[in-house]
Design a protein around this ligand. Structure first.
Ligand code: G1P
Length: 285
């Protein structure tokens, strides 16, 4: 299988949409049934073969670093008390040996493109994956599907895509493409517009939070000026390369940056647990 060696997680956002839940707890650590949202993103990256995980975080969100740090004292206590299942659950969440964890800080909230650019000094060679943890995708691991579909000879980027209702286009990056309603797995687009007004939207095919980008996109980011919302947008950097490919993934996406999305995802994970199946079909080798 083709793999993606570096996956970037932009986690610096302050999660204001989820206040007061996010007043103290980073939104990425909110639970989806029994597991922090971020854990799903990490497992998805590992399933795509990632060897380095780069977290673009914020000093106010040190709980994310604490979550990723091994906790021998906790493990020792669980072991001493014979709480084997819990011990196993804690150990299953640790990043495996041989996978680097890198933290870098995005002090100023200058946009998703800026966050991804902050990761540039830390990425390994080859195409880089980006996972926005609050877009939870259950079912077939999306980044792995994208790693397999990404053709470096032909593409500078591959972006997970799904159709959204016409009145929701202004919340997304929208592809300018023919056949937005079709079923082809990958689709070349002419353009890519960040958060257009419904009247200006070139289609209703929207980007969701999974990207595979080549070094050419990182290069374009160095020249990308502030765009929609006054922020540096990854959408604009990708559009500037002229090589834009949308990818129709097979899993189900939950917008866990919204309260209802977290509830829907929680019910889906609860149902999977009851049937004893892995919600991220990660075990489906
Ligand atoms: C970001 C991107 C947008 C994309 C969306 C997917 O927006 O800028 O292009 O469609 O993620 O969730 P945000 O939701 O961070 O405003």
């Amino acid at each position: 299988m083709r793999s993606i060696s570096t996956v970037v997680f932009p986690v610096a956002g302050l999660g204001t949409r989820m206040l007061p839940a996010t007043k103290v707890t980073p939104k990425e650590l909110l639970p989806v049934y029994d597991t922090p949202l971020l854990q799903f993103a990490i497992e998805e990256a590992l399933a795509a073969g990632a060897k380095r995980l780069v977290f673009v975080s914020h000093p106010a969100k040190s709980a994310i670093e604490a979550y990723l740090r091994p906790d021998p004292k906790l493990e020792g206590e669980l072991e001493a008390k014979g709480k084997d299942e819990l011990l196993e659950a804690v150990r299953a969440c640790s990043v495996p040996e041989g996978v680097d964890v890198v933290f870098t800080m995005q002090e100023e909230q200058l946009g998703l493109g800026h966050a991804i650019h902050c990761a540039a000094p830390h990425v390994l060679d080859g195409p880089v994956g980006v996972i926005l943890p609050d877009d939870l995708i259950l079912g077939a691991p999306c980044m792995r599907e994208m790693a397999e579909a990404f053709d470096p000879e032909r593409m500078q980027s591959l972006i997970a895509a799904q159709r959204v209702p016409a009145d929701r286009v202004s919340s997304y990056g929208i592809f300018d493409c023919d056949d937005a309603d079709g079923t082809a797995r990958t689709l070349a687009a002419r353009g890519f517009v960040e958060k257009p007004a419904p009247a200006d939207a070139p289609s209703n095919l929207a980007a969701v939070g999974r990207y595979v980008i080549s070094p050419v996109v990182f290069d374009a980011l160095t020249r990308t000026e502030r765009g929609a919302g006054g922020e540096i947008q990854i959408t604009d950097a990708i559009a500037a390369t002229g090589s834009i490919h949308a990818f129709r993934f097979s899993g189900t996406r939950y917008d866990c940056g919204s309260k209802d999305g977290i509830v829907d995802a929680t019910l889906a994970v609860q149902a999977a647990r009851r049937q004893d199946t892995a919600p991220m079909a990660i075990a489906a080798e």
